[in-house]
Design a protein around this ligand. Structure first.
Ligand SMILES: NC(=O)c1ccc[n+]([C@@H]2O[C@H](COP(=O)([O-])OP(=O)(O)OC[C@H]3O[C@@H](n4cnc5c(N)ncnc54)[C@H](O)[C@@H]3O)[C@@H](O)[C@H]2O)c1
Length: 445
């Protein structure tokens, strides 16, 4: 049976991928590399143009190459017309963002794509949903939309599969193809069987079946909750270490040599579209049932407070040197929500910048990968020229752990003011290289 589905994918079935961003781009590339015919759907004309030029997904190895090969071989086409893509395809994979808008859950992109798909949905088609979702979204929100306009019935007429995507930005294609088993759940037995066979075609690690969509929705959120709570634990222990004179990093190394201990890294904060968002989905679902999830809520508060705490700690260096920070230039290094990503969504750096501005400082931000940003205050210049950002700065504040920063030494900062104050919010600098600077590292005093 598997060979049949595989050969029908290679020969005549067409896959439409809705949303070609950090997740959908690598999904489309994985299917192209697996030999399928793919229609990529995205509302961003700029992204579609970059894909055509072979200049998209620059931090995701092999994605752009898969697109260029697919365009050349006529196995790949792109469009912003979601309805026609639905009419032309048999399998529809949804990878649009589900995030937060003013702290409430934003399902607009998902709902809009579900409407487009339902307008072209045919008997025998399959719909795979991959964004992380508030519990119950697939069956309570998406399914009724798919059924209404198509006049088809889920499970009886078309397959509905929930397959939460699990990737680490920067190695997404490898994660899809090799690193993780694909989680699969279906509306009923037929959907599940189809999803299992389908995903086994591209996932070398095979598939992990969950018995209901609700369990699979929860699984993905729990991964994020686990990370958020454990990062909060690291942040809290790092704070304890700073106050008690313990070196968190050394204590962590010792503790993690015990196989049941996995202490995480503390840092300037938690960003991105995943880890700070998924706990909110769970917290809100619990609230609707009259429950409060104290540990998860408390972790969120700790992590949200980190950028403010780090700036307050950094400002103590000015106090120590009896320097008024007002009017001083602060070089904030890193806008990406973590090292090596071209993604600043919900980055803690935004709060770091705001806090310094509130103290009357002048702020410049450096990032090696992000060249434009509409969310920084107008007065703040973003540059990928490190020397320009550091020039005449009174303080260097490391906000993201881009690899480049680990190589910096006091010579790299020679154009900055003296005394040079440094706050390392990621423990990425080698302190031995900064003997004559006033230095503070998170988790260490
Ligand atoms: N980024 C990650 O590391 C990651 C990891 C696992 C899961 N996820 C999940 O995947 C979802 C997508 O994340 P992402 O990082 O790929 O987002 P993204 O912003 O990088 O990409 C989403 C794409 O969807 C497009 N889009 C938006 N509305 C659309 C519409 N109506 N029709 C067609 N295209 C539309 C956007 O233009 C964008 O290109 C997230 O909500 C998250 O739940 C993300």
């Amino acid at each position: 049976m598997s060979a049949n589905l595989k050969s029908s994918i290679l020969n005549h079935r067409v896959i439409a991928v809705y949303g070609l961003g950090n997740v959908g781009g690598p999904i489309a590339a994985a299917w192209l590399r697996g030999g399928a015919t793919v229609i990529g759907v995205d509302i961003s004309k700029k992204l579609l143009a970059n894909i055509q030029k072979g200049k998209s997904h620059e931090k995701e190895p092999f994605v752009s190459e898969a697109f260029s090969n697919g365009l050349r071989n006529k196995k790949f086409s792109v469009t912003s017309d979601g309805i026609s893509a639905s009419k032309k395809s048999n399998i529809k994979i949804v990878a649009v963002p589900v995030g937060l808008q003013n702290k409430s859950i934003d399902l607009r992109a998902l709902v809009s794509v579900a409407k487009d798909i339902s307008a072209g949905l045919k008997k025998g088609d399959a719909v795979l949903i991959s964004p992380s979702l508030p519990p119950g979204t697939c069956e309570k929100v998406i399914l009724p939309i798919l059924e209404k306009r198509s006049r088809l019935k889920g499970e009886r007429d078309f397959h509905l599969i929930y397959n939460p995507e699990r990737i680490f930005e920067g190695r997404a294609l490898k994660d899809i193809e090799e690193n993780y088993p694909a989680i699969v759940s279906g509306l009923g037995k037929k959907s599940l069987a189809f999803g299992k066979e389908l995903l086994a075609i591209i996932s070398k690690k095979g598939v992990l079946v969950l018995s209901s969509i609700a369990n699979a929705e929860a699984e993905k959120l729990f991964e994020g909750v686990y990370r958020d709570v454990n990062i909060a634990l690291a942040n809290e222990l790092a704070d304890f270490c700073e106050k008690s004179g313990v070196n968190y990093w050394e204590a962590r190394k010792g503790a993690n040599s015990q196989p049941f201990c996995h202490l995480h890294y503390p840092g300037t904060g938690v960003g991105g579209l995943c880890i700070p968002v998924y706990p909110r989905f769970v917290i809100d679902a619990a609230k609707e049932m009259g429950m409060s999830l104290k540990m998860i809520e408390s972790a969120r508060k700790i992590n949200d407070f980190m950028p403010k705490k780090c700036v307050a700690d950094a400002l103590t260096l000015f106090d120590k040197h009896k320097i008024n920070p007002k009017g001083k230039k602060i070089a904030v290094l890193g806008l990406g929500f973590r090292g090596e990503v071209v993604d600043s969504r919900l980055s803690p750096t935004y709060t770091v910048v705001k806090e310094f501005i509130a103290k009357g400082c002048n702020v410049q931000v450096h990032d090696p990968y992000i060249f434009e940003d509409g969310d920084l205050p107008k007065s703040v210049k973003l540059s990928s020229n490190l020397n320009e950002v550091i020039k005449n700065a009174s303080m260097i504040f490391i906000s993201s752990d881009h690899k480049l920063y680990s190589k910096l030494n006091s010579k790299s900062f020679s154009v900055a003011k003296k005394p040079l104050l440094i706050f390392d919010g990621r423990n990425i600098l080698d302190k031995n290289n900064f003997k004559n600077s006033s230095f503070l590292t998170i988790g260490l005093r």
